[in-house]
Design a binder for this molecule. Structure first.
Ligand code: SAM
Length: 355
């Protein structure tokens, strides 16, 4: 009973102040599955209604390459996985995706890929210029990993609006455990560089990484509060059969929902996707995420022939409700849980008022 009251009070304090100390956050994380989960979700929903109302922003996700020079141990397209049928999209193929997306009403395209040296800066610049000259009213988000300050600056000056680079985990111990050669410091520095340049920046983390504990998750939230990104991507870790984590358990829907709701309360103005990974572990995952404070979805706009090849984890869904072409089905599912699809660029409102 005492625990229950303490949790409810802490959630209300967080709701009012958008901040709790790490110890208080840990207290919530240690007890929330027993007490207060409904209250947390309710407060996260109220916060989102105050900042963005019942709108759900939509992005067309184009997976431009599954070549990757990195060795992230958890990722199905890491360099050591010899079972991947590698592909990269041409400029023409990317433009066809954009044309289809634009006709369907999408006004944000997210170009994501492995860290593929083929996509030199001049090639990226060419792609961005081509999209922007045909569709000046769209926002472009890039998510192609760690680059130098100069490269980030070049992309920004060409017209890239947003950059997604999940920090993956704010715990140095865990980061170093799940990556072979990536540097924790460089990941964090890259995020600071992106912020300094002026992007709308997306950080984010996986929930349920092998050996991740509650303190690591608390660190993720405290890190995000300090960084103050415009977007945060949170999804469950899901094992891939060709990685060393193939026999590990996935992160759970419940834990991911808790982290989404807490993130909404710490960062009331953040754009928070209900991620594909959440939709992949539970057929109702996307809707449950939206009801816990998430307000963005990113259906797959890649050519259908390559979707299965961008397999970051087993069971990744990219058709049906997860396919960008299923816009009517997406709209009616979103309406069914009380939200309204917003097809505009969907900028972060705090960022928009600061420029
Ligand atoms: N290369 C870019 C980067 O590093 O930011 C973008 C592509 S990367 C494949 C996109 C995201 O997929 C990663 O940030 C990671 O969080 C997620 N991811 C990779 N493997 C995953 C897995 N097994 N389970 C859940 N998410 C995974």
């Amino acid at each position: 009973m005492e625990n229950r009251l303490a949790i409810l009070e802490l959630i209300d304090k967080l709701y009012k102040k958008n901040y709790l100390e790490k110890e208080q956050l840990l207290y919530i994380l240690n007890h929330i599955e027993v007490y207060g989960k409904d209250h947390l979700i309710k407060r996260a929903h109220e916060t989102r209604m105050k900042t963005y109302g019942n709108k759900v922003y939509i992005r067309g996700l184009i997976e431009i390459t599954n070549h990757c020079k990195m060795d992230c141990k958890y990722c199905g397209i890491n360099i050591y996985n010899k079972n991947v049928d590698r592909y990269r999209l041409t400029l023409e193929e990317i433009l066809i995706c954009c044309e289809l997306g634009y006709r369907l009403g999408y006004r944000t395209f997210v170009l994501q890929g492995g860290e593929d040296s083929y996509f030199r800066d001049d090639i990226i610049v060419d792609i961005v210029k081509s999209i922007k000259s045909k569709y000046p009213d769209v926002a472009i988000t890039l998510s192609i990993g760690e680059k130098s300050y100069e490269s980030y600056k070049k992309y920004y000056e060409t017209g890239v609006d947003r950059y997604l680079l999940r920090h993956e985990t704010a715990s140095r111990r865990l980061f170093e455990k799940i990556h072979i050669s990536s540097s924790y410091d460089n990941r964090m520095k890259s995020l600071l560089n992106l912020k300094e340049i002026g992007y709308q920046v997306g950080a984010g983390f996986m929930v349920g990484i092998p050996d991740q504990n509650k303190e690591d998750l608390a660190e993720d939230i405290i890190f995000l509060k300090k960084l103050d990104p415009e977007m945060v991507g949170i999804g469950p870790f899901i094992p891939h059969r060709s990685t060393i984590y193939k026999s590990e358990k996935s992160g759970t829907l419940e834990d991911t929902i808790t982290m989404l709701a807490l993130t909404r309360l710490y960062l009331p103005y953040v754009l928070l996707p209900s991620t594909t990974a959440l939709g992949s572990i539970d057929p109702k995952g996307r809707e449950k995420g939206l009801m816990a404070g998430a307000n963005v979805i990113m259906p797959n706009l890649s050519p259908k022939s390559v979707r299965d090849k961008y397999a970051l984890y087993d069971g990744k869904v990219s058709f049906g409700y997860e396919g960008a072409e299923s816009i009517d089905c997406i709209r009616s599912k979103i309406n069914s849980v009380g939200f309204q699809l917003d097809m505009s660029r969907g900028d972060n409102i705090k960022w928009r008022t600061n420029i």
